[in-house]
Design a protein around this ligand. Structure first.
Ligand code: FAD
Ligand code: FES
Length: 287
C-alpha cells in the first residue's frame, strides 16, 4: 500500500507510525546486562535509524536498529530502567510492538575509508554500518570501547567482516588500548594525516555512544579536518516529528526526524550538545 498521508516533515507511511507486532525469533545474552533480540521480519531500516519498541502497559522507547537484512531485525539493549528491564524479561517466541524505522541514517560514498567509534550499545549500529558499507567497497577501522573486557560488544561480529580492522580500548586496560576509544581515534587520524604514511586517507568518522564520547569525537575530527556523523539521543515520544519532545537548543530541530544521525557541523551548532538534555517533562539535566 502507498503512503496514506504525506506531510512536509516526512514521507513516513501512516502504517510505520503504528506499532506492529513482531515475534522474538532468538535472544543473545551479550553480557550480564545486555541482550540482543532478533525479530522475525524486516522493517527496511538503514544503519543509524531507530525503532520505537512498545511493551503494552509498560512503556514505549526508542532503540537503534542493530541489524536489518531484509528478513530479520535486531536490537541490542542495556537493562537499565523500568522499560528496558521489562523488555529483558521477554522470552523467545514473545510478541513485541515495533514501529518505524525512523530518523536519519549514516551516509557514505562507495570506496570510503571510514573510522567507526563505538561506546556502549553503539557497537551494534556500528556493526550494521560496517556490514552494509563493505558491500560498497568501503574499508573500515572499528574502534570499540568499554570499561573492561566483559562489557565489550560485537567484537566477533566486526572481526568476521572482511575489510574491517578492529581496535579495542578499555578503561581498565584489560584488552587493547588502556584508555578511551577517542584516544585511538586521535592516533588513527594523526597517522593518516602524516604525509609519509602508506595508509589510505580517512574520509569519514561515524560514532555512536555516550554523549561525552561523541563530544570528544567531534573535537578530534574537527582538529584533523575529517567530517563526522554522530548519533544523538534525546527523550523521544512520538518518534516521527509530532510531539516536539526531542527538539534541541537553540536550533529547534527534532532529533527523531533530523537525527539521530547528525553531521558534525550541525552538532557544533547545538548549544546543549555535551552539556545537557531534557527529560520527558522537558526538564534540563546536565551530563
Ligand atoms: C535514538 C535512540 C536510540 C536508542 N538506542 C538504544 C539502544 O540501541 N540500546 C539501548 O540500550 N538503549 C537505547 N536508547 C535508550 C533507550 O531508549 C532507553 O532510554 C533506555 O532503554 C532506558 O529506558 P528505561 O525506561 O528502561 O530506563 P530510564 O528510566 O529511562 O533510564 C534509567 C537510567 O539509565 C540511564 N540510561 C538510559 N539508557 C542507557 C543506556 N543505554 N546505558 C546506560 N544507561 C542508560 C538513564 O540516563 C537513567 O539514568 C536509545 C535512545 C534513543 C533516543
Ligand atoms: S519524539 Fe516527538 S517530535 Fe521527536
Amino acid at each position: 500500500m502507498g503512503p496514506l498521508y504525506t506531510t512536509d516533515m516526512s514521507s513516513i507511511e501512516l502504517a510505520s507510525t503504528l506499532p506492529k507486532t513482531y515475534r522474538i525469533k532468538n535472544i543473545v545474552q551479550e553480557t550480564e546486562m545486555v541482550r540482543t533480540y532478533i525479530f522475525d521480519g524486516s522493517l527496511g531500516a538503514k544503519p543509524g535509524q531507530f525503532v520505537m519498541v512498545w511493551l503494552p502497559g509498560v512503556d514505549e522507547k526508542p532503540f537503534s536498529v542493530a541489524f536489518d537484512d531484509g528478513a530479520e531485525t535486531k536490537i541490542t539493549f542495556f537493562a537499565v530502567g523500568p522499560m528496558s528491564e521489562a523488555l529483558a524479561q521477554a522470552k523467545k517466541g514473545d510478541l513485541v510492538g515495533l514501529r518505524g524505522p525512523f530518523g536519519t541514517h549514516y551516509q557514505w560514498d562507495a570506496g570510503d575509508h571510514i573510522v567507526l567509534v563505538a561506546g556502549g550499545y553503539g557497537a551494534a549500529p556500528m556493526f550494521f554500518v560496517a556490514s552494509e558499507a563493505v558491500k560498497h567497497g568501503c574499508t573500515l577501522e572499528a574502534i570499540v570501547g568499554a570499561r573492561g573486557t566483559e562489557h565489550l560488544l560485537y567484537l566477533k561480529e566486526l572481526e568476521s567482516l572482511k575489510h574491517v580492522s578492529l581496535h579495542v580500548a578499555t578503561d581498565d586496560g584489560s584488552m587493547g588500548h588502556k584508555g578511551y576509544n577517542t584516544e585511538v581515534l586521535d592516533e588513527l587520524l594523526q597517522v593518516a594525516a602524516d604525509p609519509n604514511t602508506k595508509d589510505p586517507p580517512i574520509d569519514k568518522v561515524f560514532a555512536c555512544g555516550p554523549e561525552m564520547m561523541l563530544k570528544a569525537v567531534l573535537d578530534i575530527s574537527e582538529k584533523h579536518r575529517v567530517p563526522c556523523q554522530l548519533s544523538l539521543e534525546r527523550y523521544m515520544k512520538c518518534g516521527f516529528g509530532i510531539c516536539g519532545n526531542c527538539v534541541v537548543d537553540p536550533l529547534g530541530i527534532r532529533l527523531c526526524v533530523d537525527g539521530p544521525v547528525v553531521k558534525g557541523e550541525i552538532c557544533r551548532k547545538i548549544e546543549e550538545f555535551g552539556k545537557y538534555h531534557r527529560d520527558d517533562l522537558g526538564k534540563k539535566h546536565e551530563f
